[in-house]
Write a protein that binds this ligand. Structure first.
Ligand code: GLN
Length: 492
């Protein structure tokens, strides 16, 4: 059962082959067994999950029709609000925050029958690429415990890879679903900006943030997106566009599909093993009938600086609300502290180093003297990047790149060098800046032999699609998955 897809588990429960409670117990036992060595969960909600599973079994006994995620255990990134369940964004400042409401994404998966098993660790406020910025300790990569699972949704990706749940929710601002999915050898989908409501997601950068699934197969990503997608009056940026049947789009046929490959952009700084896995994946797609088209993304080389200006600017504004007054941590106050000192101490105690760095950088680029030179300029280059993609999608249907330039790096390897860490996002941030949907699927392994025992390190293939065309994107990814067996490999 631990190796089953969400879809299979749902079908088995709906058919009465297994009870939701048994499924839930099996996954909770798995979490107990492996989480001590992974630290993927900030909170395991065993009692709530079992009660919920029992409720689903009762509904089934009474003939209530099955939801698309009936009885499926789901792990939820700890920056998504679940009513009554501690939600910390892996920050000290929200150490004791218990939301009085559900995120829309959470409400929708539960309405579809999902059983939330716990909250997964992430980089603090989703800022990071290695999960090492969590206030509650790093997460270990299930494939190599001394390596990073990626970030910021590192807990969700590690949990799925280690079969603690067949499905997890993550959020992606600059790669936080796709990069950890690639590092952990699982599937991660960032939907089009506006496809999924952000209501109840603790905001990092509001023009970039998007919620999406991390799971074992493309078909499960299609299933989850169908549940998550659609307009929400609580999020004005959620799109009213109709939601197609993503599962029906998975035909396995990609004959004639035009796949753009930005050769010059992926030429530099890419690990040889990643490159050969990528080349091999392109070959597989070509043999399946797709047409590879050379494309150029002339402004993609500016995507990292643009992203780290726009994202930090928005973060500095979004995180202003953590002031010790309305909610969250407040410094010990004997009543004699000046207001400004209370704010300063609260924020100094509550935020970690990376979050502080970004608040300072973001405040700086928005300040009167530097706004035009940095923030405004970044927004202008963002428009040029969008025009690059507009041109590319006139002659291609999807764009292929490696998800990350390297296989998973060692824990601690990049923590002293923020710039090196930021470069891990070189292939993922463009999709967020332009709003495009993008998916990472397993496409091979890099073998590392310099340790005591050889390690198999997952590599991801990233496909990017047109705005709101997740159907084509998922079909391409699913067709690739059908021809390969990377996604069925499991860590030891
Ligand atoms: N790694 C990127 C960052 O640190 C992206 C994070 C994300 O997508 N939330 O900002």
């Amino acid at each position: 059962m631990l190796d089953s897809s969400a879809r299979t588990i749902r079908d088995d429960i709906a058919a009465g082959n297994v009870s939701a409670v048994d499924v839930c117990r099996t996954f909770l036992e798995r979490i107990d067994a492996v989480n001590p060595s992974l630290n993927a969960f900030n909170l395991v909600a065993a009692d709530r999950a079992l009660a919920r599973a029992a409720e689903i079994d009762r509904q089934r006994a009474h003939g209530v029709s099955a939801g698309p995620l009936m009885g499926v255990p789901v792990a939820v990134k700890d920056n998504l609000c679940v009513r009554g369940m501690r939600t910390t964004a892996s920050s000290r400042i929200l150490e004791r925050f218990v939301p009085p409401y559900d995120a829309t994404a959470v409400e929708r998966i539960e309405a579809a029958g999902a059983v939330i098993v716990g909250k997964t660790s992430c980089d603090e406020f989703a800022m990071g690429s290695s999960n090492e910025n969590s206030a509650y300790g790093p997460v270990c990569n299930p494939w190599a415990l001394d390596r990073a699972p990626g970030g910021s949704s590192g807990g969700s990706a590690a949990a799925v890879a280690a079969r603690c749940a067949p499905l997890a929710l993550g959020s992606d601002t600059g790669g936080s679903i796709r990069q950890p999915a690639a590092f952990c050898g699982v599937v991660g989908l960032k939907p089009t900006y506006g496809r999924v409501s952000r209501y109840g997601l603790l905001a990092f950068a509001s023009s970039l943030d998007q919620i999406g699934p991390i799971c074992g197969t493309v078909s499960d990503a299609a299933l989850a997106l169908g549940v998550l997608a659609g307009p929400d009056p609580a999020d004005a940026t959620s799109s009213p566009r109709p939601v197609p049947d993503f599962t029906a789009a998975l035909t396995g046929d990609i004959t004639g599909l035009r796949i753009g490959v930005p050769r010059a952009f992926v030429a530099e700084g890419v690990d040889d093993r990643v490159r050969s896995a990528f080349d091999e994946a392109l070959d597989t797609l070509r043999r399946a009938g797709a047409r590879l088209v050379d494309i150029e993304l002339p402004h993609a080389k500016y995507a990292i600086p643009v992203y780290y200006l726009v994202a930090t600017a928005e973060a500095s504004s979004n995180l202003a609300r953590y002031d010790g007054v309305r909610y969250g941590h407040r410094t010990a106050d004997d009543g004699r502290l000046e207001l400004q000192d209370m704010y300063r101490r609260t924020r100094d105690e509550g935020f970690g180093a990376e979050v502080k760095r970004r608040i300072m950088l973001g405040t700086y680029v928005l300040s009167a003297g530097y706004y035009d030179a940095f923030y405004l300029k970044a927004q202008q280059v963002r428009t040029l990047l969008r025009q690059d993609y507009d041109a590319v999608f006139e002659k291609t249907d999807v764009v292929a790149m490696p998800t990350t330039p390297t296989p998973p790096f060692r824990l601690g390897e990049k923590t002293d060098d923020p710039l090196q860490m930021y470069l891990a996002d070189v292939f993922t941030v463009s999709a967020n800046l332009v709003g495009l949907p993008a998916i990472s699927v397993p496409c091979g392994f890099a073998t590392e032999t310099d340790g005591a025992a050889p390690q198999r390190l997952p590599v991801g293939l990233q496909l990017t699609g047109r705005l709101f065309d997740e159907a084509t994107l998922l079909n391409a990814a699913d067709a690739y998955e059908r021809l390969t067996d990377w996604h069925v490999q499991r860590p030891g």
